[in-house]
Design a protein around this ligand. Sequence first.
Ligand code: GLU
Length: 478
Amino acid sequence: MKVRTRFAPSPTGFMHLGGMRTALYAYLFARQHKGDFILRIEDTDQERFVEGATEVIYSSLKEGGMTYDEGPDVGGNYGPYVQSERREIYQKYAKELIEKGGAYYCFCTKERLESLKDDMGNVRYDKHCLSLSKEEVEERIKNGEPYVIRQNIPTVGSGTYEDAVYGQITVDYSELEDNILIKSDGMPTYNFANVIDDHLMGITHVIRGTEYLSSTPKYNLMYDAFGWERPVYIHLPPIMKDATRKLSKRYGDANFDDFVSKGYLPQAIVNYIALLGWCPKDNSEKMTMEEMIEKFSLDGVSKSPAIFDDVKLRWLNGEYLKAMTDEEFYAVAKPYIESSKVGTKYDNKLIAPLLRTRVEILSEIPDKINFLEEFGEYSKELFFHKKMKTDAELAKTVLPMIITAIKNVETFNHDGIYNALCRAAEENGLKSGQVLGIARVALSGTAVTPGGSVELAEILGKEESLKRLNFSLDLLNK
Ligand code: GLU
């Protein structure tokens, strides 16, 4: 049997990290078993429809490296892959389920349902329409009376199934309701569509969040009524912001896109969310997609809620940046450098390498390099360095020779500048570290810079470097 898993998001306009993780596990499981991974869009709730939301799903999965074998935009043999395009299919099966006694027509009005409300305002449907005769039902439908189709849940007994993560789950039918399967507008609800589609699309393993753990017995009743084989269920633990709160859009910190625009790399996010609820046997943390496919195992999926750890995600992202080549890093850092005060004034290819090992997320870049444009009055104290034995007095005597050395560099590149400054140090009986340190402060006007004086001078160019060194000399002589 070929493994087939699916990711079945509702197009809400954003990709929640929890959804992304569900997609990832379904993807890893399918790939590991040389199976198929399918994307299905669950858009039957038309009121929640958001323009452009499906595109967000496509692009997030693509950015995250989860290629699907079948889906609305790639096709496949089990389509359509958008639920609103499958209306007739649901109608057909709903009628079949009614024939089998698993569902029934309900004509109850809003007012009648209101009257069933308990003290808490909850409506528990009383199966009123279950007793209508076939003739009466036909008559009322013919007369154009609005109706819904409800699932006929047994009043006694319980449903049991084996979840691959949570083990045996039993739910008393008395706790379940005769939920609506087909709404009055003819659209199915999730409760119905998920069963029909998972069966017709040949889904062997249903991977989704724990919110469906206790409603699954309802779905099993339908599989059984149709005489269909139940899929294997794999429910995943929730992702929490902390001990009590779920990670949610409400806290503004749960969207894949938001993380990407905050400067996290898609592959780092995907790697991190893989660890939210799953621990590889060898405790690996940084893993490529191929490694995750190889290592993924249901034994390692936890029942306990996973806590989202921002610090760890940042760290992991930093590890991804460090592992990049200068070229790769430049490609992702470029927009952040350009959006800083520095803009495109200098050769940004020279700036990028200074940042690669010094930021954990790309949005830290502007703060790290804005000093390049903020040069001005600064405190002479910055020249004081205990270990290097430098201070403002020494800087005052050393700066003129730094200026001469820089002036005389012929090929103004890294090696040219470095050699010139080292030579100047040697000729004056100083350590090269002292000269380089003084030059760094004099060029930047700050205490901490990514990169040293040589890199800074190369970025600034000869003219700007000399301007700054002279400014610093004047400052020291004041
Ligand atoms: N559309 C459902 C959701 O977004 C899918 C649940 C499932 O995977 O069955 O929660």
